[in-house]
Design a protein around this ligand. Structure first.
Ligand code: ISL
Ligand code: CA
Length: 538
């Protein structure tokens, strides 16, 4: 029997370095800040950290636009700090996962600067197309609601950028590009990194640049979502790089069905280990996140069941740096803040798969509280704000879209204590801290036995030694009017989980002694209170 891989046993914690902890008062989180919190992370029980990008970058898209893959942005520290972080984390048996952003680079990257000047071997590193200014090569759309073709005066050609203008897409029809990114991966693996979170990894290989079928968003995507070329690339990366280093890979994969996800993670195909699918995160919108739809717990549960039952193993996540805060979105960040955050914790840590926790989720951090655009920093939010203005959408609707879906909701600084800026920084934070930091912060929750944080600590500790939660099979038991129940079974032992994800009392599908309860109750009786969740033995 092959040994169970570590990523099937551990809980993984995502750090958004810019917003985690600032050690030197410049208002920007950094590596020494992360180092200072390793003991906290250990006490939370997480076994690996995924760092959003810390490489050199002009930060048009907060580091997802990389200008040097093999160096650390001066805001975050140095390569020596990074080596220290890897070593100090290893001391605590915590692994480090880096963000691998290889669909595109920054337009400030040396490769791009040489490519636009047609300097060999970089001439064809990017996706260049002939065309006159004002006459775009095709009708494709970008992820950030703007054009995806930009005209470069110097070269006299268009380049493709599926994200921001400063993020030109690399050309994976070019073997030199493939080798260059493989060297980047080896550089980090040799330094002791345990894996990669692979940014938009299922769109690398564009199999045509022709016009696409018109869609409300992302026209052209049929030419690049999970193409055969991408599958071949991932298989090559696996054989040539991941396998020799025993590297864990989790792909961020946009617009995948369970079948497409299985094609990416099925061990028989030797590509990725896991993916982040999006379908459960799209249960409060129509097609794209900006077309708002009321959150329906039942739709959410059905989507979870669909994915739990169609893949043998996958990730489980409700938050990341691109998504609103889960307690504000799927729970209740007012009257039932505590219970609903715990109900979501119960779901996250008891479904089958690798749980990913995003910084601040463990204290129930909420969406930002800004009254208008003045404090919003995210490039995507700013683009959408401008676009909806050009389309003359009503002001109130535009703000509602930003307020509910802006990526800055999750990016506000981590709330450590009730001192100035929530203890994140002694300087002026790059993004404003949420005003509720005196109410929700780590220090306060470490003192309060009934806190969301202590619930996470206890449940992660339980999961860390529970074969049933780590490896057990999943079987749905009940789904009705916002109540969900399922069983996890391993080696003849069963745990049942029940969750009421509504603000009303609901009949419970079963009763019994609880080993975990979002109300700290010893028993589940015939009625579930609002946002009551519990784990029962047997
Ligand atoms: O957040 C989104 C837009 O609302 C998603 O469509 C997101 O753009 C998509 O999931 C890709 O995200 C990843 O790549 C982007 C980067 O901006 C995101 O932060 C990253 O998670 C480009 O590198
Ligand atoms: Ca700093």
């Amino acid at each position: 029997m092959p040994e169970t891989p570590w990523w099937k046993q551990r809980v993984i914690y995502q750090i958004y370095p810019m917003s985690f902890c600032d050690s030197n008062g410049d208002g920007i989180g950094d590596l020494r800040g992360i180092l200072s919190k390793l003991d906290y992370l250990k006490s939370l029980g997480v076994g690996a950290l995924w760092l959003s990008p810390v490489y050199c970058s002009p930060n048009e898209d907060n580091g997802y636009d990389i200008s040097d893959y093999c160096n650390i942005h001066e805001n975050y520290g140095t390569l020596a700090d990074m080596d220290e972080l890897i070593a100090e984390a290893a001391q605590r048996d915590i692994k480090i996962i880096m963000d691998l952003v290889i669909n595109h680079t920054s337009n400030q990257h040396e490769w791009f600067q040489k490519s636009r000047r047609r300097i060999a071997p970089y001439t064809d590193y990017y996706i260049w197309q002939k065309g006159e200014p004002g006459k775009k090569p095709s009708n494709w759309g970008s992820f950030f609601g703007e054009d995806c073709w930009a005209y470069d005066e110097l070269r006299g050609e268009y380049y493709l950028h599926l994200f921001a203008k400063g993020q030109p897409d690399l050309n994976y029809h070019n073997d030199a590009v493939i080798e260059a990114v493989e060297n980047v991966m080896r550089f980090w693996l040799a330094r002791g990194v345990a894996g990669f979170r692979c940014d938009v990894i299922n769109i690398l290989y564009k199999d045509s640049l022709k016009n696409g079928r018109w869609k409300p968003a992302l026209t052209g995507s049929e030419h690049y979502i999970s193409t055969d070329g991408t599958h071949q690339l991932l298989n090559r990366f696996r054989r040539e790089v991941f396998e020799p280093y025993n590297c864990y890979t989790v792909g961020e994969t946009v617009f995948v069905t369970p079948q497409m996800a299985d094609d990416l993670v099925n061990p028989s195909r030797a590509e990725l280990d896991c993916v982040f699918s999006f379908e459960h995160m799209e249960t409060d919108c129509h097609f794209v996140k900006w077309f708002l739809r009321k959150f329906s717990p039942d739709r959410f549960f059905d989507t979870l069941t669909k994915w739990q039952t169609s893949l043998d193993w996958n990730t489980v996540y409700f938050e990341n740096h691109d998504q609103p805060r889960s307690v504000s979105r799927f729970g209740d960040d007012g009257a039932f803040h505590n219970q609903s955050a715990k109900a979501l914790a119960t779901l996250l840590l008891t479904l089958r798969g690798t749980p990913f926790l995003f910084e601040g989720q463990e204290i129930g951090m909420t969406n930002f509280d800004y009254p208008d655009m003045a404090k919003v920093r995210d490039v995507e939010s700013i683009n959408i704000w401008n676009l909806t203005g050009r389309l003359h959408l009503p002001q109130s609707l535009r703000w509602k879209m930003i307020k509910t879906k802006s990526r800055d909701n999750a990016r506000t600084p981590m709330q450590w204590n009730d001192t100035v800026n929530g203890g994140f920084s002694t300087g002026k934070p790059w993004l404003s801290v949420n005003g509720n930091y005196p109410l929700f912060n780590v220090e306060q929750q470490l003192r309060d036995q009934g806190s969301v944080l202590q619930y996470y600590q206890a449940l992660i500790a339980y999961r860390n030694q529970s074969p049933v939660l780590q490896a057990g099979s999943f079987a749905p038991l009940y789904r009705q009017n916002g109540v969900y129940a399922y069983a996890r079974t391993f080696g003849g032992e069963t745990l049942r989980v029940v969750i009421n994800l509504t603000a009303e009392a609901k009949p419970s599908p079963f009763e019994g002694k609880a080993i975990f309860s979002s109300y700290n109750k010893a028993e589940v009786d015939g009625t579930l209170a609002p946002y009551e969740a519990a784990i029962l033995r047997g």
